[in-house]
Structures are given as C-alpha cells and as structure tokens.
Design a protein around this ligand. Structure first.
Ligand code: FMN
Length: 185
C-alpha cells in the first residue's frame, strides 16, 4: 500500500504591527496540526517555492492596498504561484464595519487589492478584521471610521472566522481531521 505524502505548505505574511503575523501563525499551526508540513515566513524571507504544494499569503492593509512588500512579492512570483494552490487573506478594518453602509463597504475589496487578487487567482480569499488603536489616529481618520460604521477600537480579530477559513484550506488539501482544535486567544 502506498501513502500520499502530506502536502508541503508555506505560510507567508506581511505585517506592520504584528496582527497579521498572529493570524498567519494561527493558520499555519492549524494546518500543521492537521498534518501539513511547512513553515511560517515573513514575506521578506520567503523561501524558494520549489517543492511547495500550497501557499497561504496574508498582508495587512494600509491605504486601501496590501503592504508594498506583499504586492511586490505577488507580482514578481506570479508565474511560480500559478502552479501552486494559493490562498490569500488581508487584514484590515472592513469586516469590523457595521450598519448598512459599513457592511456594504466592508464586503468590497479595495480596487488595488482586487487587482492583486485577480492576478493571483487564489483558491480562496478572506478579509479579516485586524487591530485599530484609537491613540495616534487623526481626527479625520476617526471621523471617517465612525461614518463608515466603525464603532470599536482595539483588537478586532475574529478567531472563529480565521479558524473556519483555515479549516476550509485543510479540507481542500484533503488533510485529515485533527483530534482536537488548536487553542488560541
Ligand atoms: C497607516 C495605516 C493605514 C491603514 N489603512 C487601512 C486601510 O486603508 N484599510 C483598512 O481596512 N485598514 C487600514 N489600516 C488598519 C490595519 O490594516 C489594521 O490595523 C491591521 O490590523 C494592521 O495589521 P498589522 O498589525 O499586521 O500591521 C491601516 C492602519 C495603519 C496603521
């Protein structure tokens, strides 16, 4: 009887303040707990993708775009990534917006992110809520946030949503079910 080797994954992240890294780490831990082999990398130290079956790529959003290092990585490696199973996530404020206007805005990927997503053609794309500290945010940005239905500050991450998304990746990679869930904040 032959056994299929576990898929090799690379989870790559681009972060300015760390919240995207935590989400990438959660996804990576979840996939490894389900039997995948692979590592977590800052996108600036991404490995050669030879032999990697699947790539999960995440970036914080700044100024309605992925961080420049993530967008540049995707552009430079578009051909290589084309041969892989790729999942993309972004971390921003959209999913934390409430009310009819906020939900409408939150559902739409900003134009530049949609362009990168269309280039990458990932098997899945998720927008996750990140962290937003009131301190240091300009009056103008706070007002805009409030108008768009942003009422909360601080750590807005929804770990249940992240867990569901990573479970979907594990299922798509036909990874076996883990005996117990990864514990995370
Ligand atoms: C300078 C700056 C610009 C931002 N611009 C956006 C934006 O345009 N859209 C958005 O949804 N979130 C925006 N955010 C919120 C961040 O994406 C969010 O706080 C995220 O958690 C940051 O991820 P990180 O901790 O990995 O850097 C911005 C944050 C900063 C500090």
């Amino acid at each position: 009887m032959t056994t299929t080797p576990a898929p090799r994954i690379a989870v790559l992240y681009a972060t300015a303040h760390g919240s995207t890294r935590d989400i990438a780490e959660f996804v990576w831990e979840d996939l490894v707990a389900r039997g995948a082999r692979g590592e977590l990398y800052d996108i600036d130290h991404a490995p050669d993708l030879t032999g990697i079956d699947a790539v999960v790529l995440g970036s914080a959003i700044h100024d309605m775009a992925l961080l420049p290092e993530a967008a540049a990585y995707i552009r430079h490696n578009a051909r290589t990534l084309d041969d892989k199973d790729v999942w993309l996530f972004s971390v921003g404020l959209g999913p934390a917006l409430r009310g009819p206007v906020g939900r409408w805005v939150g559902r739409r990927a900003p134009r530049k992110i949609a362009a990168v997503r269309d280039l990458l053609r990932p098997r899945g794309y998720a927008a996750f809520a990140g962290c937003y500290e009131r301190e240091g945010v300009s009056w103008r940005a706070r007002t805009m946030y409030r108008i768009l239905g942003g009422a909360r500050y601080g750590d807005l991450r929804d770990w249940q949503a992240v867990r569901e998304w990573s479970s979907g990746i594990a299922d798509a990679l036909a990874l076996p079910h883990a005996p117990a869930h990864t514990i995370h904040p």
